[in-house]
Design a protein. Structure first.
Length: 217
């Protein structure tokens, strides 16, 4: 009687062989895919290297400037950054100007006296402060001929001209007061302060602009 065949063992061995072949096939496929991916990446890197070494067109140049120079830029912590040369704080704080502005807005100008008060607080005082600060800078003081500062004055025509003829009161027409700027200087010999009358027509706006364009303060 011949030996009986163990079909179960044969089936298990065949199943294991099929599994082994399938795993080898999968492994070969994975290796092939890795090799293909490696070749693809190598091609991409080679093309990128060639592209980076090529001269660029205008559009490419602008795009590269945006991508490589602008987009990576980040602002640092302001508390740890340097501010360079700090501009000196020489003038009135904002709250003071707000107070002046509110007072001016609350009281409409209805007379020449009101306008005079407004000019003094809103214009003349601040111009004097600015010129006083410029006087402390030798180059600005010399360039603009500032002397030791300026002060403003309104000369009423009634004080600088002879009174009208009483017999002919309508002979002299009404004229506005004279507005003048005085430049204050120190007398070089005696050290006493002097002042020079500077009417408006002597300080034209164009002249001031030309001087300002030449001086860095």
């Amino acid at each position: 009687m011949s030996d009986s065949v163990d079909y179960k063992a044969l089936f298990l061995r065949a199943e294991e062989e099929i599994k082994r072949v399938d795993e080898e096939r999968k492994g070969a496929n994975e290796e092939r895919k890795k090799a293909e991916e490696g070749r693809r990446q190598e091609k991409i890197l080679r093309e990128q290297a060639e592209t980076r070494n090529h001269q660029t067109t205008f559009e490419e140049f602008i795009q590269h400037c945006h991508d490589l120079l602008s987009k990576p830029l980040k602002a640092g912590d302001p508390t740890q950054s340097t501010t360079g040369r700090e501009t000196p704080r020489l003038f009135s704080p904002c709250i003071v100007l707000e107070e002046y502005g509110q007072r001016s807005a609350d009281r409409p100008i209805t007379s020449e006296k009101d306008l005079e008060v407004y000019e003094r607080f809103a214009v003349e005082n601040h111009v004097s402060d600015i010129i006083s600060a410029l006087c402390k800078i030798p180059s600005a003081r010399e360039e603009f001929g500032l002397g030791n500062g300026v002060w403003f004055d309104n000369h009423a025509r009634a004080l600088d001209e002879s009174p009208p003829d009483k017999a002919n009161p309508k002979e002299r027409p009404a004229r506005p007061d004279q507005f003048c700027i005085h430049r204050v200087d120190e007398d070089n010999e005696g050290g006493s302060p002097t002042d020079e009358l500077l009417p408006r027509d002597r300080r034209t706006r164009n002249s001031s602009y030309r001087r300002a364009g030449k001086t860095k303060v």
